[in-house]
Design a binder for this molecule. Structure first.
Ligand SMILES: CC(C)(COP(=O)(O)OP(=O)(O)OC[C@H]1O[C@@H](n2cnc3c(N)ncnc32)[C@H](O)[C@@H]1OP(=O)(O)O)[C@@H](O)C(=O)NCCC(=O)NCCS
Length: 209
């Protein structure tokens, strides 16, 4: 399985994996609870994505010399470490899975295919000021969407609206950093810096609180 592992700093790392359908992976490292969750996923591709995301977390942890603690989902759907130490976020899409881990700060990661149809739903997730600066370009829109997903996942709370609560500063389609701020929630005026990369036809973004 092709893997890209990046140690961001002494406290954080991320891993991105290309999913190969033929390959059987050793999932013995999963906790009992995770093995149960895995056993309950019936769709074969979804199983592969779920498992590869956990392998990606394991790889990211290895770079930081942290043993795999096992993760459970909290009431918002966000993965939390079973030891209570550190923060994780993960993302999977057709053919790709990725994860980021930080020892002390919440993190968010997202991967999305660049697709034309995103242009048609811009009004749902974008503020008028964002619609003004974004070009009618699927890459530009996907970067905006994915940056908001990463911020949403970093916060980890249901009920945060992409359009109302997350506001992006103007950025170019080639940007590698997207700045954003939160408004109208208890974290109002918190500023985020989202890192952005393009991997084949996929946008990868991640952010650290
Ligand atoms: C839940 C959500 C974050 C998942 O994102 P996605 O792009 O569909 O899927 P991804 O593969 O990137 O991420 C899935 C992972 O997100 C994580 N996740 C789920 N809910 C989460 C939450 N509230 N906070 C942080 N992470 C969450 C899970 O780990 C999940 O993986 P798993 O099921 O294997 O454990 C997303 O569907 C969502 O609800 N987004 C906000 C919805 C929204 O406001 N949209 C309206 C805009 S118009």
């Amino acid at each position: 399985m092709q893997t890209k592992i990046e140690k961001i700093d002494a406290s954080s790392a991320l891993a991105i994996k290309i999913i190969e359908s033929q390959q059987e992976e050793d999932l013995d490292f999963l906790s009992f609870r995770e093995k149960l969750s895995y056993a309950n996923i019936s769709h074969i591709e979804k199983r592969k994505e779920w498992a590869t995301a956990r392998l990606a977390i394991k790889d990211a942890l290895e770079v930081l010399h942290i043993p795999y603690p096992g993760f459970f989902k909290d009431e918002h759907g966000k993965s939390q470490s079973m030891t209570g130490n550190g923060y994780v976020s993960l993302s999977h899409t057709e053919g790709f899975a990725g994860a980021i881990f930080h020892r002390e700060l919440p993190v968010g990661i997202d991967m999305d295919f660049i697709r034309e149809k995103i242009l048609r739903i811009g009004f749902r997730f974008l503020d008028p000021s964002e619609l003004d600066f974004l070009e009618k370009d699927p890459l530009h829109y996907t970067l905006a969407w994915s940056a908001k997903e990463s911020i949403f996942k970093c916060q980890g709370r249901r009920g945060v609206s992409f359009r109302e609560n997350i506001l992006l500063e103007p950025f170019e389609p080639g940007a590698t950093v997207i700045k954003a701020k939160i408004r109208g929630t208890e974290f109002a005026d918190h500023y985020y810096k989202v890192q952005a990369r393009i991997l084949q036809d996929v946008v990868l973004t991640y952010t650290i609180w």
